[in-house]
Design a protein around this ligand. Structure first.
Ligand SMILES: *Cc1c(COP(=O)(O)O)cnc(C)c1O
Length: 383
């Protein structure tokens, strides 16, 4: 019987029944760059920390287990993970990417990856014809679901079937739901990406990124690449993310509970013109997310009736912080137009639905009464 996710956030079965590391319950931080060899031609299994470090390895095994992958790679940031993944392609390869991706991913593809002669086609994977964009040189489909920030939901199983049919791989950035709510590999994806900075770490105190796969060929390429390029996660940060993961389930449940209450509260506000939250029954992706995930998450995007009101809300919040990032214990609100998606060209932003009236909130684990009270105060007088 497969153990539950909360258990798997805490325990790695393969290390059980042993009292390694003096029985320490908190996995030790192996703060070392290199490892002494027992003799010539011998190794303890560890030679140099760019290639491997026990603390990072313990974290990688934990994340691979949570996603149902055969291997995981822990990197210094989410962007380092996506950058490393881009190295598995070769000049002339074509990638179909979701149009409403995290702004940093679009910035990477358009300003760095294109230099390698990669070709990108952006489509709205929740409604456009993906198959129609496939070409002879298409090697991958790269999606997020729900998307950042417009919360579009696309059908992972359906897109995985298209990818298989055309012999390309499906990459899913699973940052928004975390492995607690969604496991794309089990739905047919080949590679999962995480910004570990967000829900996995969960405390807004460090950066990290992950690549998880169950494809042996990709796994071998990535093991070579992480050793060669050197953006592996440092031992102390690996420990922080391991500690964060221990409470992943509790945090996801509490922040989702807050999100559901806030999404419904926002709907009752006169100045709110639209709420994008896949947990609302009227969200166009509601049935799909219910089918492929175990929860809706805690990210809410909403539009107000004017740019002035959007800016006023950002100025009025006090306990809720006006800050980039998401997925931590504290509730944050951000303004995609000038923050997370500032480098996405305005016409692309507007086409994706990101307007100067759009705000994005990541609900934390505070008491929901206090969050509602805070929002009531921030919205006061804005009519
Ligand atoms: C934040 C984020 C990233 C980038 O991760 P960093 O850890 O900030 O480098 C990638 N994808 C999504 C969906 C994100 O929200």
């Amino acid at each position: 019987m497969e153990r539950g996710l909360n258990t798997r956030c805490l325990h790695l079965e393969e290390t059980e029944g042993k009292t390694e590391n003096y029985g320490a319950l908190s996995y030790p931080i192996y703060q070392t760059a290199t490892y002494a060899h027992p003799g010539v031609g011998q190794s303890t299994g560890y030679d140099y920390s760019r290639l491997q470090n026990p603390t990072r390895e313990h974290l990688e095994k934990t994340v691979a287990n949570l996603e149902g992958g055969t291997d995981a790679f822990a990197l210094s940031t989410g962007m380092a993970a996506i950058t490393l993944l881009m190295e598995i392609f070769k000049p002339g390869d074509h990638i179909i990417a979701e149009a409403d991706l995290y702004g940093g991913s679009i910035r990477l593809f358009d300003n760095v990856s294109k230099k390698n002669n990669y070709e990108f086609t952006y489509v709205n994977c929740s409604k456009d014809d993906i198959e129609g964009s496939i070409k002879e040189n298409t090697k991958a489909i790269y999606i997020e679901t729900p998307t950042n920030p417009m919360m579009n939901v696309s059908d992972i199983e359906k897109i995985a079937a298209i990818a298989k049919k055309h012999n390309c791989i499906l990459i899913v950035d699973n940052t928004f739901l975390s492995p607690y709510f969604q496991n794309p590999l089990k739905l047919g994806a080949d590679v999962v990406i995480h910004s570990g900075t967000k829900f996995l770490g969960g405390h807004n105190d460090t950066l990290a990124g992950f690549i998880v796969t169950n494809n042996k060929e990709i796994q071998e390429k990535l093991r070579f690449l992480i050793k060669t390029t050197g953006a592996g996660l440092a031992p102390f940060d690996s420990w922080l993310i391991l500690r964060g993961i221990k409470t992943l389930g509790l945090r996801m449940e509490q922040s989702q509970k807050n999100a559901i209450r806030i999404a419904n509260w926002l709907k009752t506000q006169k100045i709110v013109t639209k709420v994008f939250y896949p947990g609302l029954p009227e969200h166009p992706g509601h049935e799909i997310i219910k089918k492929q995930a175990r929860g809706f998450g805690s990210m809410i995007t909403f539009n107000v009736d004017s740019r002035e009101h959007a800016l006023k809300i950002l100025e009025n919040v006090r306990m809720i912080k006006f800050a980039e990032s998401l997925g931590g214990v504290e509730t944050l609100i951000t303004y995609p137009t000038t923050q997370t998606h500032a480098d996405v060209p305005e016409e692309v932003r507007l086409r994706n639905g990101i307007t100067p009236c759009t705000l994005r909130m990541s609900t934390g684990i505070e008491d929901s009464d206090d969050l509602i009270y805070e929002l009531e105060n921030a919205f006061k007088g804005l009519e």
